[in-house]
Design a binder for this molecule. Structure first.
Ligand code: PMP
Ligand code: GLN
Length: 424
């Protein structure tokens, strides 16, 4: 009897491949190249925060937290949202702690979207959005951000057209934006709000880089606009704010009629996680006298590191786009004679000893995706960035030290088509 199983994965995960971040991090490990791919911060975390966590572990705060999160963390999040955005949430039923922003986004989508529904976001977008749309059986409609000089702009007319569909249900807004580095302007956020109000859309706002804005820009939460509190789930996490991406402490804030169903979904995803880390994040958020100076320092250090990388990429002949916030710079690989970002990123470790991410992996509309952008992370140590830019300069076409090497087949990752997730 043939006992070979004949099962196939369910339709909803059939198109999933390893994430582009994991692929590129393993390429960096295989080749020993500097990893400017995945956004893993290398800078220190606030010393107090680390001590709060170790204290919490050693004093026994190691069991399940409530599904909605420790009350003291929900209080701290409500206070942080109020002091920063003047948006007021009841910690009892309008704030939920999640396993990173990733789980909050997934729970929001699972709670409100199903087969036949459309979720609107912008193209390019973070990779978890198409994936959770697929898990929910919903369709993701990604409205292209328009290239505007050395930055990207909202195409209001295109967004309005997409929102007009009777099936559109929820919009995901990510600002500061990954991968473009765009910080949506006041006028753009107002235009998004206006469209969501006219078409009765729920807004899920991914604000994980809320503190990481540069050159005097400020992040604004769409939840704070008139009429928007009632329809917005504001999502953030401690990962980028305190350089603790591995802790996966995130949260969702919104009116109880949105956060209640989100919690209903979330309790069957993880129930709860990271109790001692929740204790530590609560304490860090509640102490503005340590939090705010620390965050000012983080912001200015990231801006300086952005400049090191930007200047280095430009010197190496890779024109960059404006990074107004977040961790990433996009560079035009045509400067090195490539018109395929995937090929550039596969060859870069051998050419220059550096790993970057092909930006086409973030695009949902293959026809309108530029295939000539690579994303470089600048959340790395100064010396790592300086070494990376020296290597890029030596490998640049025309550089006297350039050694043209062909990519060895063994270093070339399989070529997953990152754009094939079903229902995109
Ligand atoms: N949203 C965006 C835009 C991101 O870049 C990331 C990556 N950290 C996440 C969400 C995930 O956040 P978390 O690690 O808190 O789940
Ligand atoms: N947010 C990180 C990035 O964009 C990756 C997080 C992850 O690997 N899932 O690089």
């Amino acid at each position: 009897m043939d006992t070979t199983p004949t099962w196939r994965p369910a339709e909803r995960v059939r198109g999933f491949t390893n994430s582009v971040f994991s692929e590129m991090t393993s390429l960096a490990m295989r080749t020993g190249a500097i990893n400017l791919g995945q956004g893993i911060p290398e800078a220190a975390s606030p010393v107090n925060l680390l001590r709060y966590a170790t204290d919490a572990i050693s004093t026994g705060e190691n069991q399940y937290a409530p599904a909605s999160g420790l009350p003291r963390l929900r209080d701290a999040i409500a206070q942080q949202r109020f002091s920063r955005y003047l948006t007021s949430y009841q910690p009892s039923d309008e704030v939920v702690v999640t396993t990173g922003a990733t789980e909050a986004i997934a729970a929001a989508v699972l709670a409100f979207c199903g087969p036949g529904d459309q979720i609107i976001t912008f193209d390019p977008c973070y990779d978890s959005y198409p994936a959770v749309a697929s898990l929910a059986g919903a369709q993701l409609v990604a409205v292209p951000l328009r290239q505007d000089g050395d930055g990207f702009a909202l195409d209001v007319a295109a967004l309005r057209r997409a929102a007009r569909s009777a099936r559109s249900r929820l919009l995901i807004l990510n600002t500061p934006h990954n991968p473009t580095g765009k910080v949506f302007t006041t006028a753009e956020i107002a235009a998004v709000a206006d469209i969501c109000l006219s078409h009765d859309l729920i807004v899920v706002t991914d604000e994980v880089y809320e503190y990481l804005t540069y050159d005097g820009r400020e992040h604004q939460s769409i939840a704070a606009l008139p009429g928007m509190m009632e329809r917005t789930v504001a999502i953030s996490s401690a990962g980028k704010t305190f350089n603790v991406t591995g802790w996966k402490v995130g949260w969702a804030c919104g009116p109880a009629h949105l956060v209640g169903p989100l919690l209903a979904a979330k309790q069957f995803l993880s129930f709860s996680s990271g109790t001692p880390f929740q204790v530590a994040v609560a304490a860090a958020l509640l102490s503005p006298e340590t939090r705010d100076p620390w965050l000012d320092g983080l912001r200015s250090s990231l801006q300086r590191r952005r400049d090191i990388l930007r200047d280095g990429l430009e010197r190496a002949g890779l024109k960059t786009f404006r990074a107004e916030g977040g961790y990433f710079l996009q560079a035009d690989v045509r400067g090195w004679g490539y018109d395929d970002d995937l090929q550039f990123c596969q060859e870069l470790p051998r050419q220059a000893g550096v790993v970057a991410i092909p930006v086409s992996a973030f695009y949902q509309n293959a026809e309108s995706a530029p295939r000539w952008l690579a994303r470089f992370a600048f959340c790395k140590r100064d010396d790592v960035l300086s070494t990376a830019v020296e290597k890029l300069a030596s490998a640049a076409p025309g550089s006297s030290s350039r050694t043209r090497t062909r990519t060895r087949t063994s270093d070339t990752p399989k070529q997953p088509d990152y754009r094939t997730i079903d229902n995109r």
